[in-house]
Design a binder for this molecule. Structure first.
Ligand code: SAH
Length: 527
């Protein structure tokens, strides 16, 4: 009988939340895994790295109730690996810090399945780091201990082994002085017990304490108090799990070391910003937003669809030496043209006899990255009007211009170039089609007022937004969107927004993605 080669189980630490805090090895495994088994403390956007055909299984754990019980998780890991799949078990923080990584590795060992452990950045250290609280400091602390705040071992619920032996031995006299800095995980529900025991066993009631909820996530919240006050402080602030509790003098350093959630340094901190660009384009905007503290929520409303037949574009690309100019009005157009060139086995010398104009810096960058070609002309502002106004040669009599672009684009640019005397050939390079696979989730976020800012980076994103939502009643639409701040990349997009009766609170001065983000930063949000 044919034997299936067994797969490997990789216990991968996803890091504490910020999706950039995963290791290179973890990322590499995510990109190649057949199966990804993940829980709620791993940032969902990490799954964007997965192969599109990878099986993704959510086994989200919450401290109060386990969505999928541990024995079932074990069965999934072992079952998939026995079937020959490579499985990434993606765990929040580090797999061996209260992550049951040890147990899962034991199960693999017992089943004769190969496994690897990929450490991750634990929330025990990172939540403090993002709150401006170092676990050690030469002046304040020379040791730290990481302690579970759970009274009982939660393995009892899932019946994997005898109830929490470690818990029964809990010795508060020992814990209170285990280290200068004490970091409790899973401690929120039990905070009263923790703080009273520490005081009972000699820790000063004035000892500073911080709770960091959703550390390293854009929704991070921090409450600072003392052993005496923190229980009522978090009650008043309604701070709940998941949070780490840091006890010790190092907490005072937050006053000077606060950075991630410091509104002065990162004005967009905590703002949830809808990004409606295509999956391919979204990341630049999202990265920039994230670096300014915002929480980008990506809902690609359109996707780029390649054409069935490229014979027409291909034949023009074969005749490029008969053109004076090629104009790229989007990064997609550059990507598709480059793809066709690859297919045709043409290299960048094909462009040597013509000049190239691009709509803006992002397209110029794509042209450089994809083809190693420097654009001859980038207009001051990334709109068709500016392309024409500042065109280097206003007399285009007898000049031939090729524009590969979306099937459904504005005629303004080709028309104006024709008026200037050029012979313009517009070639369809791709279509944009509505992607409404995520509409329900988007509607949910809007209904529950979870989005602060809606960004639109082109007229088509506005149209697609309305179409994807599928709400025809104007009244209903404006109620749904009330309370959101609307941001446009430029005047054309703003006009389109107004045509749907949307307000335009923010308009970028420079009509680029960085321009849009600066405009978002300058807006006077009222709390
Ligand atoms: N293996 C994980 C810990 C899992 S136990 C790690 O190394 O980080 C789950 C507990 O971790 C939560 O109850 C909470 O106390 C803590 N935790 C995990 N991620 C967190 C985060 N981003 N912010 C604050 N606490 C977090």
């Amino acid at each position: 009988m044919e034997q299936t080669v067994k797969g490997t189980v990789y216990l991968v630490g996803a890091g504490p939340g910020d999706p950039k805090l995963i290791t290179l090895r973890g990322l590499e495994l995510l990109q190649t895994a057949d199966v990804i088994v993940y829980d709620r403390l791993a940032h969902p956007s990490l799954l964007n790295h997965a192969r599109t055909d990878a099986e993704k299984i959510f086994v989200g754990k919450e401290s109060a109730h386990h969505v999928v019980k541990q024995p079932d998780i074990n069965r999934i890991l072992v079952g998939r690996a026995l079937a020959g799949k490579n499985v990434v078990r993606l765990k929040g923080g580090d797999p061996f810090v209260f992550g049951r990584g040890g147990e899962e590795a034991e199960i693999c060992h017992d089943a004769g399945i190969l496994f690897e452990i990929i450490p991750g950045i634990t929330s025990a250290i990172a939540a403090g780091a993002y709150a401006g609280i170092p676990v050690t400091h030469r002046d304040a602390s020379s040791s730290f201990a990481v302690i579970t705040g759970h009274e009982r071992d939660d393995s009892r619920e899932s019946g994997t082994r005898e109830p929490g032996q470690a818990e029964q031995r809990r010795n508060w006299a020992h814990i209170a002085y285990a280290a200068d800095t004490l970091v409790f995980l899973m401690g929120v529900e039990n905070l009263h017990e923790i703080t009273s025991q520490l005081q009972k066993y000699g820790r000063d009631s004035d000892t500073p304490v911080a709770l960091v909820q959703w550390g390293t996530w854009p929704k991070q919240r921090v409450v600072v108090g003392t052993l005496a006050t923190i229980v009522s402080d978090i009650h008043n602030a309604k701070l709940t799990s998941p949070a780490v509790c840091i006890v010790g003098e190092v907490v005072r350093l937050r006053e000077t070391l606060r950075w991630f959630d410091d509104p002065a340094a990162r004005p967009l901190f905590g703002k949830r910003v809808l990004v409606t660009r295509t999956r391919e384009q979204a990341s630049t905007l999202s990265d920039l937003l994230r670096s300014r503290g915002a929480d980008p929520v990506e809902f690609p409303l359109i996707k780029i669809q390649r054409l069935d037949d490229y014979s027409s574009l291909d034949s023009e690309l074969s005749l490029l030496n008969a053109y004076d100019w090629v104009v790229f009005t989007s990064t997609n157009a550059v990507d598709i043209a480059a793809e066709r060139m690859d297919k045709l086995q043409f290299d960048s010398r094909t462009f040597s006899s013509c000049k190239i104009a691009v709509i803006g810096p992002a397209t110029a960058a794509a042209l450089w990255n994809r083809c190693r070609i420097i654009a001859d002309y980038v207009p001051e502002e990334a709109v068709a009007e500016s392309v024409i106004e500042n065109w280097p040669d206003q007399n285009l009599n007898g000049k031939r211009i090729l524009i590969p672009r979306a099937a459904e684009a504005r005629e303004l640019l080709p028309d104006a170039l024709r008026k200037m005397g050029a012979e313009v050939n517009v070639q369809h390079a791709y279509e944009t089609i509505i992607d409404n696979s995520n509409t329900e989730n988007l509607l949910d976020l809007l209904r529950t007022h979870q989005l602060d800012v809606l960004t639109f980076s082109s007229s088509s994103t506005v149209k697609n937004f309305v179409e994807a939502l599928g709400i025809t009643d104007n009244q209903e639409l404006s109620e749904l969107l009330s309370g959101c701040i609307f941001a446009a990349i430029g005047p054309i997009t703003a006009d389109t927004m107004r045509s749907y009766n949307f307000p335009v609170h923010i308009m970028a001065e420079e009509h680029t993605i960085p321009g849009l983000v600066s405009a978002l930063e300058r807006y006077p949000y009222v709390k």
